[in-house]
Ligand binder design. Structure first.
Ligand code: ADP
Length: 262
């Protein structure tokens, strides 16, 4: 499993590898593993509203993907399908090769842990310190106490919050609260890190810090999917952009701007 570790400052960070992964095979480079595949996904809600129609989306390991589109385009529905809050009406959603529609009930928590997710409104526990917010995420999975502390220390280092570990969320700035949420989402070493409008409540400068952090986490080997309306950030960063409109993917471009160019 890819481990999130802090890169020594001043050194170039090395992408983290799954055990056994190699850059080259005798016949040339091997394709990256597929973390997420949506195949022919249509989602209709019980009221008859079709939120997604025939969506095909493949995200290989190590990708950084912006999911963009106007309100009502279907971005949240994609995320709900990925965390298995909803099931597709048609088509399949494969996370790390597992068909989410065919999981046994007891398998669901384990598969959900393959995803780390952060939201616009942070969703931190107000009465727990930064350290305990992050540690609690491991505690509920039955992790051993002696394993929790080093894992928490490691992700707090990654997000730059070691000095604030003892503070409560109410004593932190918005940016620090989002960093805490990011640390919590990373502590399981997820296969896919989802950021749902993570800069929606932050001012532009802090938003940039959060984006830089997500890019760095991606450099450490974590696959990132970020749903956002932040056109300035998307256009400046030039990563893969998947655009939804009326439940369909209308654009899937690498190195793209928020809006279609040319
Ligand atoms: P976005 O996140 O891009 O704003 P959503 O995925 O929330 O888009 O919504 C896509 C469409 O599905 C919208 O028309 C929305 O009204 C509808 N929708 C979303 N959730 C539900 C629901 N639980 N029941 C019925 N319709 C829904």
């Amino acid at each position: 499993m890819a481990m999130v570790t802090a890169a020594p400052s001043g050194s170039k960070s090395t992408p983290l590898r799954r055990p056994g992964a190699t850059d080259q095979q005798p016949d040339g480079p091997i394709p990256n593993r597929i973390v997420l595949a949506m195949q022919g996904v249509t989602k209709s809600y019980p009221n008859g509203r079709e939120a997604l129609h025939g969506v095909d989306l493949t995200i290989p390991e190590g990708d950084f993907v912006f999911l963009v589109g106007p309100s009502g385009a279907g971005k949240s529905t994609v995320i709900k399908l990925l965390i298995r809050d909803e099931l597709p009406t048609k088509g399949v959603v494969l996370l790390d090769g597992r068909d989410l529609g065919r999981l046994k009930r007891r398998e669901v928590p384990k598969i959900r842990r393959k995803i780390g997710i952060v939201f616009q409104d942070f969703k931190l526990l107000p009465n727990k310190t930064v350290r305990d917010n992050v540690g609690f995420a491991l505690e509920v999975t039955g992790a051993r106490k002696r394993d929790i502390e080093p894992a928490v220390d490691r992700v707090l280092r990654v997000v730059g919050l070691t000095g604030q570990a003892g503070q409560l969320p109410g004593q932190l700035s918005g940016g620090e609260q989002q960093r805490t949420a990011i640390a919590r989402a990373l502590v399981h070493n997820p296969r896919l890190f989802i950021a749902d409008e993570p800069t929606g409540n932050l001012d532009p400068l802090i938003s940039w810090e959060i984006i830089q952090l997500l890019l760095r986490i991606n450099e450490l080997g974590v696959t990132v999917l970020m749903a956002t309306h932040n056109a300035e950030v998307v256009t400046a960063v030039r990563k893969r952009v998947v655009a939804l409109e009326n439940g369909r993917i209308v654009r899937d471009e690498v190195g793209a701007a928020y809006h279609r160019e040319g």
